[in-house]
Design a protein around this ligand. Structure first.
Ligand code: HEC
Length: 228
């Protein structure tokens, strides 16, 4: 029941960006991976980046899926993702149509977690939804497949990973998340089953219309009212 509710909640997140998406053009949402301050991606993760990343990860609902719904950094499996066998149920296992998907192990473990990937690959996962296991370690400067290092045949992360919303965080914040997950928590060895997917690797779910930029209208508009 809880899993179904979670899935529904994040499917809403996934579809929200479709509301205001006219005018999506190549290059919009593209990130060079640059940062104005020291730390990732230019130098090693700083303690300030890591602690800012902790605040984001624990307040943006990442733990709903990647830590079995518990925001508790003393958990011995902190951020280790779904625990269980393929086809099993439990927190972090989802049925998306006929496919089973599983919340990934986000600890820096080098065999079962994101320690297998570069910092840039994790940034690319958060910013562009690209599966780090199937996307080269490159700086991406376009959102058009085949251009600016964006893969010609993108292999996107499976739902309900809400990257279409997460990617609207600033570059500074995205690198803080990377800093925390890759350089700020203990590695936990927890093999998570591979998510299943359609032959197009979810690409049809993420057309340019579905993942275009959020247009923020000048304040106030519509139902907004400033009442100091
Ligand atoms: C509603 C559930 C859900 C939420 C919330 C969620 N994720 Fe995920 N995430 C997933 C699933 C499921 C996958 C696995 C996708 C796949 O296997 O293709 C995943 C995969 C990832 C990956 C790729 C890891 C890898 O090894 O492939 C990263 C990085 C990630 N999530 C980070 C985050 C961060 C950071 C947050 C919070 C800002 C977050 N996720 C919130 C469900 C979620």
């Amino acid at each position: 029941m809880k899993i179904a509710a979670l899935s529904a909640r994040y499917w809403v997140l996934l579809t929200l960006p479709t509301i205001a998406l006219i005018g999506f053009t190549a290059g919009c949402g593209g990130g060079s991976g640059s940062s104005s301050s020291s730390g990732l991606p230019l130098t090693k993760a700083t303690l300030a980046q890591v602690s800012s990343g902790q605040a984001i990860v624990t307040s943006f609902g990442c733990t709903d899926c990647h830590n079995r719904g518990v925001d508790n950094t003393t958990d011995t499996n902190w951020m280790a993702g779904y625990i269980g066998a393929a086809g099993g149920t439990g927190s972090g296992a989802y049925n998306i149509g006929p496919f089973h998907t599983y919340a990934a192990n986000l600890t820096p473990d080098t065999t079962t977690g994101i320690g297998r990937y570069s910092d840039q690959q994790i940034y690319n996962a958060l910013k562009f939804g690209l599966d780090p296991a199937a996307t080269p370690d490159v700086v991406i400067t376009s959102t058009t497949p085949g251009q600016g290092n964006f893969p010609a045949t993108p292999h996107y992360l499976a739902p309900p990973m809400p990257w279409p919303s997460i990617r609207h965080l600033s570059d500074t914040q995205l690198w803080q998340i990377v800093a925390y997950l890759k350089h700020g928590i203990k590695a936990v060895n927890n093999p998570v089953p591979a998510s299943e997917g359609p032959p197009d690797f979810w690409a049809s779910s993420y057309t340019t219309t579905a993942v275009g930029p959020v247009t923020i209208t000048p304040y106030p508009s519509g139902n907004e009212l400033y009442q100091p």
